[in-house]
Design a protein around this ligand. Structure first.
Ligand SMILES: O=P(O)(O)OC[C@H]1O[C@](O)(CO)[C@@H](O)[C@@H]1O
Length: 431
């Protein structure tokens, strides 16, 4: 990926940053880079994620999915980091395999998929690092039962990716299911380039080697200066803008197929950096659609935002037919792609004209190689930003608390935590 921070630079308007202040910040980037390299070399928790391009074995993943490689549909059951990386990849790329991601526990929505899908031709991809997440396990139990009711042997159609112990691992062993390991030291939101994100990609027939090669190329750019490294340029600039008041980061890909990448990014940024009263709030937007819903605020609202555009060169385009309506003549001879590009450039310029910082993340096209680079680059940017904020990027205690309390409220976990939640929500909890 390439990163253009030009429109974030401004010595006058806040929250812009000046080149001089970024040059000063570069000393901290060099120190942070050393810390990151040490963490990677020592395979420390979290930093290990940046070693995935060398660690992930595509053959192992392909072997595990082989029994279901002809599936017409793939039902991935997981949530957060156990779903969004896979969804980012498979929603961005074309495949003959239909993909459905069951993350939410919405009974109507889950039922509608189970009633519609050809279960005998559907594969199940269950993913949970901890193997204990209530939403994932509950959805899996519901799916399993639906397969049984339809007379389909779910054990023949299920692949499990989880840690080396826990309820999901036990279940996989009990039923002899093909299973893969979530690598040690890799938090869920940083695991897209492991089996967590790549099982779905493999079932859909995507090029796993190219995904890893794109990530490896991005890894090669990591260096001690933000001016030489696109990922660090992004991480350092967003951090510097936050220090100058841009507490909100609206990420806006300009391609329908990249919409999920904004969801993935939002978890990465929020769960990694949102701690110790610090962090930057990610907001998901989609170009050009959200020009007509959010741009007014971005251009004229509070000066507390930065906009991250994610752009890509056109691959397939479509001409706009000419018409004899005079007012529409300007569209004649243009293509939908050209219109989109013009809209993006106009939006970028309109923000810049009012001193609203924006950063452009550029992909050459949408393919496995570029996606691997985007996922790795944003992860590295996030790790760098975490070092600059001085937070523990790789933990998520606030979410874990709620997870345990949910279990407690259902009678399956820590009562004290459940009781504390109950007090706030006026729910009754009984031992
Ligand atoms: O992979 P697991 O353990 O099911 O967790 C799913 C998600 O839940 C969280 O732990 C908290 O929401 C995320 O960090 C993680 O991506």
């Amino acid at each position: 990926m390439n990163v253009d921070i030009g429109n974030a630079l401004s010595s006058v308007a806040s929250p812009g940053v000046s080149r001089e202040s970024l040059e000063r910040l570069d000393e901290q980037v060099a120190t942070a880079h050393e810390r990151i390299e040490t963490g990677m070399a020592n395979e420390e928790h979290g930093y290990e994620a940046l070693n995935l391009p060398e660690r992930t074995d595509p053959d192992e993943i392909r072997t595990a999915v082989d029994p279901v490689i002809d599936a017409e549909a793939l039902l991935t059951i997981g949530i957060g980091g156990s779903s969004l990386g896979a969804a980012t990849i498979t929603n961005a790329l074309e495949s003959d395999t239909e993909t459905v991601f069951l993350d939410n526990v919405d009974p109507e929505w889950v039922s509608s998929h189970l009633e519609r899908l050809p279960l005998a031709e559907t594969a199940i991809n269950v993913v949970s690092r901890s193997g204990t997440t209530a939403e994932t396990l509950a959805n899996f139990l519901v799916v399993r039962e639906a397969f049984e009711s339809a007379g389909v042997d779910w054990t023949e159609r299920t692949i499990v990716t989880t840690g080396d112990s826990g309820p999901l691992r036990d279940l996989a062993e009990r039923h002899g299911l093909p299973s893969l390991l979530v690598p040690d030291g890799v938090p869920g939101r940083f695991s897209a380039l492991s089996a967590v994100g790549m099982v779905a990609a493999a079932v859909c027939g995507h090029d796993l080697e190219a995904l890893l090669a794109g990530a490896a190329a991005e890894r090669e750019t990591l260096s001690g200066s933000l001016f030489d490294c696109p990922a660090y340029a992004y991480g350092a600039t967003t951090y510097a803008l936050d220090q100058r008041g841009a507490g909100i980061n609206a990420i806006m890909p300009y391609a329908e197929s990249l919409e999920t990448s904004a969801e993935w990014f939002a978890q990465l940024w929020a769960e990694s950096l949102g701690k110790d009263d610090l962090g930057q709030t990610p907001v998901r937007a989609l170009g050009v659609t959200d020009q007509h819903s959010q741009l007014q605020l971005y251009r004229a609202g509070p000066r507390d935002k930065l906009v991250t555009f994610v752009t890509t060169e056109e691959s397939a385009d479509r001409p706009i037919p000419t018409t004899d309506v005079e007012d529409l003549a300007y569209l004649g001879d243009a293509t939908l792609g050209e219109l989109r590009t013009a809209e993006f450039e106009a939006t970028e310029a309109s923000l810049a004209a009012t001193g609203r910082p924006n950063v452009r993340v550029e992909l050459e096209h949408i393919d496995e190689y570029e996606l691997g680079g985007l996922l790795y680059g944003m992860e590295a940017a996030c790790v760098l930003a975490g070092e600059l904020y001085g937070v523990n990027t790789f933990e998520q205690p606030a979410v874990e608390w709620a997870k345990k309390a949910t279990r407690g409220l259902l009678g399956g976990g820590d009562f004290a935590e459940a009781a504390a939640v109950a007090e706030k929500t006026e729910l009754r909890v009984e031992r």
